[in-house]
Design a protein around this ligand. Structure first.
Ligand SMILES: Nc1ncnc2c1ncn2[C@@H]1O[C@H](COP(=O)(O)OP(=O)(O)O)[C@@H](O)[C@H]1O
Ligand SMILES: [Mg+2]
Length: 234
């Protein structure tokens, strides 16, 4: 895979003055307001705030899923705003790993097939996809589960498969939106430890949105958001 290169400020992913306004006229909602956030390599940031405070919106902008109304997002010094649709899709596939609250696995594909399926979007050679899929599922404690369909896996196992999928292309940015919300404490701990390990091995930057203090405890930095604004002390 290509080298992971932070920009000159050391940031792997960076929001600069990002504002997101949904709707227009009377229906306007300012979900995120003038946010600056920079995450470096090997750094896991926890984003904490009440429901509706703009956490998912900010995560989506950092992941090039959503275009800011104003402000800019940089991924490894690339200004996401200058990319066309196709380039942004490629950036997401190659440079960003996503983990969501629901694992989002395809129900008719096995664990191994679910992970491998994203490899072709990232332009990975077949051999690399197979090798890395096996390696990741093994590392995440799923070696015995590779041929199981999602319905035969526990919630924690499904979430571990989704982590393997997020890491397949070895992305420099890992974004997780309430990844432990559907898990009991023990399984949640396991999932967050795996996410933290994937960042703390020094190869990527991570952001995890959470309500769970146990999750935030694994982060290097906790950032609080209220009404779309980051707490200046966070
Ligand atoms: N697609 C959308 N269209 C309109 N409003 C939205 C949309 N997505 C989110 N919002 C609003 O933006 C605000 C922030 O939402 P969100 O980022 O999902 O917050 P959180 O993840 O912290 O719960 C909320 O007021 C929400 O209702
Ligand atoms: Mg949310």
């Amino acid at each position: 895979m290509s080298a992971h290169v932070p920009d000159e400020s050391g940031a792997v992913v960076r929001a600069q003055g990002c504002t997101k306004i949904y709707g227009d006229g009377h229906a306007e909602v300012t979900a995120v307001s003038e946010v600056d956030l920079s995450i470096g390599r090997g750094e896991l940031v926890a984003l904490v705030g009440p429901s509706g405070s703009g956490k998912s919106t900010l995560l989506s902008m950092l992941g090039a899923l959503l275009t800011p109304t104003t402000g800019r997002v940089f991924v490894e010094a690339v200004d996401v705003g200058v990319l066309n649709e196709r380039e942004r899709t490629a950036l997401r596939a190659r440079r960003i790993g996503f983990v969501f609250q629901a694992s989002g696995l395809v129900p008719f594909l096995t664990a191994q097939e679910n992970v491998a399926a994203v490899g072709s979007f990232a332009g990975m050679p077949r051999g690399d996809i197979d090798r890395r899929t096996r390696q990741l599922l093994g590392q995440l404690g799923l070696a015995e589960r590779t041929d199981h369909l999602p319905e035969a896996l526990s919630g924690g196992e499904r979430q571990r498969v989704s982590i393997a999928r997020a890491l397949l292309a070895d992305p420099p940015v890992l974004l997780a939106d309430e990844p432990t919300a559907h898990l009991d404490h023990e399984r949640g701990e396991q999932v967050i430890r795996l996410l933290a390990d994937a960042v703390h091995d020094g190869t990527r930057a991570g952001l995890v949105v959470t309500h769970d203090p146990a999750v935030a405890a694994h982060a290097d930095r906790v950032v609080h958001i209220t009404d779309g604004r980051l707490d200046p002390t966070g």
